[in-house]
Design a protein around this ligand. Structure first.
Ligand SMILES: Cc1cc2nc3c(=O)[nH]c(=O)nc-3n(C[C@H](O)[C@H](O)[C@H](O)COP(=O)(O)OP(=O)(O)OC[C@H]3O[C@@H](n4cnc5c(N)ncnc54)[C@H](O)[C@@H]3O)c2cc1C
Length: 318
């Protein structure tokens, strides 16, 4: 039974190569073909990447109804693809939009879905999926016995690894008919999609409740700008309205993998770390020397971030 990774958009999303790594290892373990379904403009860039991850078919869908992301059209396109090609394991790289699509597709096809997966292994006639549960506090292993299953993969703990040899996939243009789709979801307001994305940033300076107020988030913005990075945030300060949700890092926010992640006044809850633990270097500023963030940080500054951030800004300017 084929394994397929489904992605979409005009660019290859962060985490795609990590999801392909998992998909390639799993499909090799079960002796199945690995296909990669790419919806939208990212298909042009996908060929070179696919060659390194054992992808047999690079399947492409282009339809103007899919240009402005709409869940109904997307689910319809994916459902028609699944009906035509009958994949046994349908994987998603768990981006924010994949979180909307995977459960809807499972409902549409009447098959199981596991969200927050990070490991897959065959188990006689079933599929075992290890996934984070209870907001990332624990791991569960789910045994899926259906003929087809959906797994949405969080890629932060996966390291991208090329297959032993590269081979070009066969590209197939897949036809779907979306004429009857009457999109029920209309985006009426959305943050600007322009400018650099947190998911792609190499340097992120993030702030949490320890900043004390919305005004102090200005220190995070300033340090990020001085270092040529982007400002991030914990969910608490997004919920408090100190900063908008496009900055949120974590399980229910952006999944990032920067070279440097500087966390100021952030406790290091597992749900936050789910969005940044893949950073190469984490630097924490927290006045509590027992804060969980220090379990992940390579460097730590124990102290008041309202004193330390201005010093770092001065140093960065110098
Ligand atoms: C299902 C679910 C999903 C979630 N998803 C996310 C998510 O995507 N992202 C996310 O961030 N959270 C998420 N959360 C919330 C998460 O559990 C935490 O509540 C949140 O991350 C805590 O934010 P914080 O670290 O800013 O605040 P706190 O936990 O309150 O920590 C504040 C830290 O600042 C330190 N501090 C205080 N004053 C100072 C100072 N002056 N200088 C230095 N340090 C100071 C304190 O010692 C403390 O460690 C989720 C929770 C659930 C249940």
């Amino acid at each position: 039974m084929t394994v397929v990774l489904c992605t979409w958009g005009d660019a290859i999303e962060g985490g795609t190569e990590e999801a392909l790594t998992l998909a390639n290892k799993f499909s090799s373990a079960v002796g199945s073909d690995l296909n990669w379904l790419v919806i939208g403009g990212a298909g042009d860039a996908a060929g070179d990447i696919a060659a390194h991850y054992g992808v047999k078919h690079l399947d492409r869908i282009s339809d103007t109804k899919l240009d402005s992301f709409g869940p109904d059209a997307m689910v319809e396109a994916l459902a028609q693809y699944c009906e035509q090609h009958k994949p046994g394991t349908i994987l998603f790289n768990q981006t924010i939009s994949a979180r909307l699509i995977a459960p809807r597709l499972a409902g549409r096809l009447g098959i199981p879905v596991v969200m927050n997966g990070f490991d897959l292994s065959p188990n006689s006639n079933s599929l075992n999926v290890t996934a984070s549960a209870f907001g990332g506090d624990t791991h569960c292993v789910y045994e899926l016995t259906g003929e087809a299953n959906i797994v949405s993969v969080v890629t932060t703990s996966i390291v991208a690894e090329h297959a032993a040899s590269a081979s070009s996939p066969e590209t197939r243009e897949i036809n779907v008919n979306l004429e009857l789709v009457d999109e029920r979801f209309k985006v009426t307001e959305q943050p600007s999609a322009e400018g650099p994305r947190l998911e792609d940033a190499d340097i992120i300076v993030s702030g949490g409740r320890g900043l004390g107020s919305a005004e102090n988030y200005g220190l995070i913005r300033e340090l990020a700008a001085q270092l040529g990075g982007l400002p991030g945030a914990s969910r608490v300060i997004v919920d408090e309205g100190w900063v908008d949700s496009s900055h949120q890092v974590g399980l229910t926010g952006k999944i990032t993998r920067p070279g440097l992640y500087l966390a100021a006044g952030i406790s290091g809850a597992s749900q936050h770390m789910a969005g940044c633990s893949a950073a190469k270097t984490i630097v924490a500023i927290n006045k509590d020397q027992d804060a969980s963030i220090y379990r992940y940080a390579r460097y730590g500054i124990v102290g008041d971030c309202l004193e330390i951030l201005p010093e770092l800004i001065k140093a960065a300017k110098a």
